[in-house]
Design a protein around this ligand. Structure first.
Ligand code: KG4
Ligand code: ZN
Length: 327
């Protein structure tokens, strides 16, 4: 089964072709990130205008790389939420027009669920049920996955998303945008125990909170002169504290739900220190940790087409009345 996927939930425009829910034939990603950097965050209007300009070219390239004819597409799939309304609208409108003109079925896909599915594009030994953690610029959520059509939320952030905290803390230290990769770069080799941040606690068993640590960094910066050394140590201490909080909630969730597989996904999962810590801590607890390869942690359409192939086989269907979903 050949599935075309479209992803345009934030600043990326991506089109991919995936065979049988597993094999990526092509995945083209165009990003408007550079244009947002100078504003210190994604400007929705700029993102959606660029998506409108680039989607046709990205689509043509994806078809060309996959070496398929349009008639070979069995299903058109698209992220229909959550995300920026204007951006989602570009992808969904394009997908509807394509499905209609090719006379092919259409399937709307949840962006967060597709981040988890990215693991199945990289690993063949994942066993369900499992627990999954999505850590992105917009979400920090723990899930129990009996099947990809039966996904239950165990807990989520009560305020900022984890990636958002990385971005805001980087901004406080004048590092630039997006903050995650920059904090990781500064943190490398620095003293992660220099500053103790009482991190990210909530009373919610599987919940998270990241706005407190952002404020703690703000106050720390008011009281201390930011030297290059301190900047690195602060980045490392912040990163350490966040990783600790994520591990602290995820492993007990695996134990509580008696699962041996933990799937991680979302942009923040590209962080090397985080990947190492999760692998080590999970191993000690007899749990196997899975991460998508780095480029599939970021927003991409292969994860959309992959999950669509899987769900379509189980009977999932949308139609041309497909709406945007914001939860
Ligand atoms: O999943 P994603 O590409 O987009 C959303 O769906 O939000 O995630 C983007 C987020 C940004 O907040 C970015 O700072 C963060 O992922 N990020 C990282 C790293 N690379 C990207 N955070 C920490 N370490 C990284 N290496
Ligand atoms: Zn995402």
């Amino acid at each position: 089964m050949i599935v075309l996927g479209i992803e345009s939930s934030c600043d990326e425009t991506s089109v991919a072709v995936v065979k049988d829910g597993r094999k990526i034939l092509s995945c083209v990603v165009a990003s408007s990130l550079k244009l947002h950097s100078k504003h210190g965050g994604v400007i929705p209007e700029i993102a959606s205008r660029l998506q409108l300009e680039s989607i046709t070219g990205v689509f043509s390239q994806a078809i060309k790389i996959a070496r398929i004819k349009l008639a070979q597409i069995d299903l058109v799939s698209v992220t229909n939420g959550p995300g920026l309304p204007g951006s989602l609208l570009v992808g969904v409108s394009f997908a509807k027009a394509l499905a209609l003109s090719l006379d092919k079925p259409l399937l709307g896909i949840n962006h967060i669920h597709s981040h988890i599915y990215a693991n199945l594009l990289c690993h063949t030994n994942i066993k369900l049920p499992c627990v999954a953690l999505v850590v992105s610029g917009g979400h920090t959520t723990l899930f129990y996955i009996k099947d990809f059509s039966k996904i239950k939320i165990l807990g989520q952030t009560q305020d900022d998303a984890c990636g958002e905290a990385f971005d805001k803390v980087a901004k406080l230290m004048n590092m630039g945008y997006p903050g995650g990769p920059l904090i990781e770069k500064f943190a490398k080799g620095a003293d992660k125990h220099k500053i103790k941040f009482a991190c990210c606690g909530t009373t919610d068993e599987f919940g998270f909170s990241f706005s407190g640590i952002k404020t703690a960094v703000l106050y720390y910066l008011k009281d201390n002169k930011l030297t290059i050394k301190l900047k690195a140590d602060l980045a490392a201490s912040f990163q350490e504290s966040v990783i600790r909080a994520l591990v602290k909630k995820s492993l007990p969730a695996c134990k509580r739900y008696r699962v041996k597989n933990l799937l991680l996904g979302g942009g923040v999962i590209a962080n090397t220190a985080l990947r190492q810590r999760f692998s080590e801590s999970a191993k000690i607890n007899g749990i196997k940790c899975f991460f998508p390869e780095i480029k599939l942690c970021m927003d991409n359409a292969a994860m959309v087409a992959g999950l669509a192939g899987y769900l379509y086989k189980q009977g999932a269907r949308s139609n041309l009345n497909l709406n945007l979903e914001f939860n």
